[in-house]
Unconditional design. Sequence first.
Length: 447
Amino acid sequence: MTELQPSTERTLRRLVLERQRDGRVPGVFAGVVRQGGLVWSTGVGAKDLDQPDTAPGPDDQFLIASNTKTFTAVLIMRLRDEGKLSLDDTLARFFPETQHGSIAIRQCLAHATGMQREPVGDIWETLQNPDEETLVREFEQAERVHPPHRLWHYSNLVYSMLGQVVARLDGRSWEESLRARILEPLEMRRTTVGFDGAHAQGYYVPPFSDVPTPEPVLDLKGMNPCGGLASTGEDLARWSAFVADPVAEVLSPDTLEEMCAPQIMIDAERWTAAMGLGFFLQRSGDRTYVGHTGGMPGHVTALFTDREVKTGGVVLTSSSTPPDIAGWAIALADNVTENDPVELEPWRPGTSVPEELVPLLGRWYSEGSAFDFSVRAGRLEARTPKQPAHQPPSVFERVGDDLYRTVSGREAGELLRVARDAAGAVRKLNWATYLVTRAPLAFGEQV
């Protein structure tokens, strides 16, 4: 793993100290993930005020709360890949008795159901959570406060119901499924339901004094699938590495990519944040981060990963009211990407151009606009001369004689057909049915 420059490490440490001081956070663990693990980390403050000189470390647990939802979402998508459910399935399939049976699994994952935020009852006043049986039974009393897809409306209730979907389809509890399908394969041994071993004590810091009050640890019971996990900086680094570069044993890379596609806007005013299938998608300049935040009494946490450069930021705090937790984690990762980037891979020449692709190389025109077709690493690609550098080219795969499928980029999924004249020379192309010719033509002109 590439080490960071000392100047970068000093900047990161200063950033954490400033935010810890400004937010009056009793204890914080912060780290940057790159190339599969923690490339930098620090602990500031105390993991327990009874031992004020012992800062939180990478193996100390914090309650990661709603970060748990990303795990539940991965379980749902794994079951989808196994053919056990469809994202278009409704809750009526799993809970035939429910009056909310029209809600689709896709809507649940994206917080687009319009269902109320919490279970029935004032659970954040009583601090009493329903068990699984009560959760399902009282779901009938819950209110649909918005039409589906009207707006993004966060729902702990809905994600808890997704945990019940996992249990019913997998034939074991949500926790057992989580352990077997995710935690054990990724060797996340310090990620548990509730605390298990060394952990940070959570606190509330009052606004008009500097004497923290210890916060209670709740038993979430049936709500565990939406927020019941505790984890460590070291384990969350593994989770960030998985999000950046998925392990097929846990989830197909294509499926993780699907989860990171926007489903509904979170920030409808400025479009800086959207919701995927279980993940927040957060913009920071030209970068997009994938991740989640979590908040429980005494613990607010965040993990965000830039999948393009495989760099993530994790911040775990022992405070009910820290400063902007998502912005904190993203700022750490941004700083490393900007000031200490991974060394670029050198360009390497290809070894051959498939014979059937030779006649397709060069400039073509469609709808009056130019497209340059080229071969890179033996694969056919196309891009426009005016295309921004950050946008990937269209990439094609051969599916038959003179027939190619666009597998990524512009017109992904569409066919490219090659038409030849009587002598076998390439005469024209048809891409997504549009005519593609060597010379620019107006609509209706013949080749």
